[in-house]
Design a protein around this ligand. Structure first.
Ligand SMILES: Nc1ncnc2c1ncn2[C@@H]1O[C@H](COP(=O)(O)OP(=O)(O)OP(=O)(O)O)[C@@H](O)[C@H]1O
Ligand SMILES: NC(=O)c1ccc[n+]([C@@H]2O[C@H](COP(=O)(O)O)[C@@H](O)[C@H]2O)c1
Length: 183
């Protein structure tokens, strides 16, 4: 029995992530997969708008279509990279290999003796979290870049409105930092 571990911030979980999981399921290289919700304590910023709970719903509902047993676990950040892999292991069902294209994640797992498998990036011009968040804020088309169940979660939590509101307050904060605030 082989279990894999795939971590991401999933802000939001998009079709690039979904293609990755689809390939893992189709290849049959693992019997089970753990999906780690990274930076789990972060939410309500333009970089990390969705809560761990909302992202758990996105991922759980999306991967249900695959014939692969999965577990979704939230993983909070730590201020010490040197112990992050132990922290991940303490929060996750045991795993034999990890999937990531993130250079720091790859470095930390490999230093801990855990095999990391990388993949190519799928349709990266369209399938990038920051681009999708920008499109949500700007009112451009984004729904075709995420699984339908992710659209449902974002709509259920008023995510479009949240991102737009947050992006406005970010603009105000940046303006105040540059201009010394209002008199
Ligand atoms: N289009 C894609 N194809 C394949 N892998 C992807 C794709 N987009 C992201 N990944 C990988 O999935 C993992 C989690 O990525 P992450 O949640 O940071 O998404 P992202 O699209 O890079 O988001 P952001 O722009 O917010 O950083 C990382 O290893 C990342 O390299
Ligand atoms: N020290 C730490 O807390 C640490 C180290 C490496 C990665 N991470 C997290 O792992 C996740 C990696 O996911 P991404 O590939 O989506 O960036 C992120 O949430 C990142 O914050 C945390």
């Amino acid at each position: 029995m082989t279990r894999g571990f795939y971590i991401g911030r999933f802000q939001p979980y998009h079709n690039g992530h979904h293609t990755m999981v689809e390939r893992i399921a189709a290849d049959g290289e693992v019997d089970e997969l753990v999906l780690g919700i990274g930076s789990a304590g972060n939410s309500h910023t333009v970089h990390d708008p969705f809560t761990a709970g909302e992202r758990i719903m996105m991922v759980t509902n999306a991967v249900a279509e695959f014939d692969l047993p999965t577990y979704v676990v939230p993983i909070e950040d730590l201020d010490r990279h040197s112990v992050w892999v132990s922290h991940v292991q303490s929060m996750s069902p045991g795993f034999d290999l990890a999937y990531s294209n993130n250079p720091l994640v790859i470095q930390l797992f490999e230093e801990a003796g855990i095999e990391v498998r990388q993949s190519r990036m799928f349709d990266r011009e369209r399938l990038e979290g920051s681009e999708i968040r920008e499109r949500i804020i700007e009112g451009e088309q984004w729904r075709d870049r995420v699984p339908d169940v992710v659209v449902e979660v974002i709509e259920e939590c008023n995510g479009v409105e949240r991102l737009r509101t947050i992006s406005q307050s970010d603009i105000v904060e940046r303006w105040e930092a540059t201009n010394g605030g209002c008199e």
